[in-house]
Design a protein. Sequence first.
Length: 95
Amino acid sequence: MSRDLAHELWADRDSVLAAVRYEASCLRYASNELRADREVVMAAVKKGGHALEYASAELRADAYVVLAAMQMNEPVWWYQYRGMDRQRGPLQACS
């Protein structure tokens, strides 16, 4: 597969949605735009909370995205902490 074709695939929203619904960690290959797409990231973290690591900083700090990842019973705080408002702390940020 050529690099251009691979780049196009990982920038295609429908392809990435299908990929992350199959395997959450595929989010790591998505374009930066799709890593910032709430629906794509939510699909990934609902499949596997560890995918939060590959989301944009803005979505790693989004309480709803973090809570969806936490429902997978995975240790997501490490990935989420990079985007967390450190003044408020993890529990207050989710309220």
